[in-house]
Design a protein around this ligand. Sequence first.
Ligand SMILES: *Cc1c(COP(=O)(O)O)cnc(C)c1O
Length: 402
Amino acid sequence: MSTSIPYGRQNITDEDIQTVVEVLKSDYLTQGPQIAAFETAFSSYVGSEYAVALANGTVALHLCALALDVNEGAKVITTPITFAASANCVRYCGGEVVFSDINPETYLLDIEKVRALLKSSPKGTYQGIIPVDFAGRANDLEAFRELADEYGLWIIEDACHAPGGYFVDSMGNQQKCGNGKFADLAIFSFHPVKHIAAGEGGMITTNDKALYEKLLMLRSHGITKDTSQFQNSIELAVGTTHYPLPETEYPLWYMEMQDLGYNYRLTDFQAALGLSQLKRADAGLERRKEIAKIYFDAFHEQTFIKGQSGIIEGHAYHLYVIEVEDRLGLYNFLRSKNIFAQIHYIPCHLMPYYQQLGAKLGDMPASEAYYTRCISLPMYPTLAETEQSFIIDQIFDFHGGR
Ligand SMILES: *Cc1c(COP(=O)(O)O)cnc(C)c1O
């Protein structure tokens, strides 16, 4: 096979392109009608009450941390098996990241280890938990909520890998990632390797109105144009020194910066692309499940497979991970065949930045053992059946044939 196969790839259709072109010809390039349309459609897709579109997933995490008042001295728990941004958002606000190890079966934050961590410190030591729906597998947020409530913690769900994913709660109901029922805030990314591609882009979902309003302000410089929120007097707003005023209304130009916010907005044409892609999200998810099933069926009885993502209800299959003994050998062998598998993730606590803050090798044995073996196989809706067979054949060839 001559063409190269990446681990993930976006799919841009003619309809996507047409939609973006129409927005480029319209009156709005940013903060126009596409933003609200995308937010409404996305919140209905995940089942949340509110959604806030943002420039990318990283700034979404930053705003979550700000909205939840993370500050110096705040200790927040997350998993080392994630993209660094899940942890970095705590550092942006001066807080301390406390990594807690994964469950080697699920690859997710091990709730029992989090419980032990919380038990071993006085109540009030920790402020929040950031579980990550790694690879697309949904965390049991009902269990995390119960634990968080016991210790007065908030939850930010990093659902970047899991739009459309869900877990089954204790009543047997499907609880979609980002639906706002258990986590205070959830975040998504629209980077090209994610399920929904907008070039760059992010979303926060929540059911909390006060947090929602705070996020809207923080997204745009901390400025509000909502008359009912104004803090200064009408006199000051009008700018007159003549009292009393005949005016009883704030002038139309008036706005207030009430908090230190940012410009973390998404453009209208990116929102249009996201909205157009969202229409195909269910079909894409179905295709990901088919691909996962084919990998699983090919590998599940093979002794060279030490672990794999598996067939899990509600899994959104952003990634399909297998664990093998000679991971470096397999990675290089696949590369020589133009198959560009990827490693998710180098444990975050071993990044030099976090080592400088005190983390070290040996701290997270399950994550570190997982890292020695994990490799993410190509997984995206347009992966052809023949390409997938080729990948599977190469993996068997590397391990001595069928
Ligand atoms: C992609 C990703 C992010 C960051 O999203 P960007 O849009 O790239 O900033 C955060 N967390 C996880 C788990 C991700 O996969």
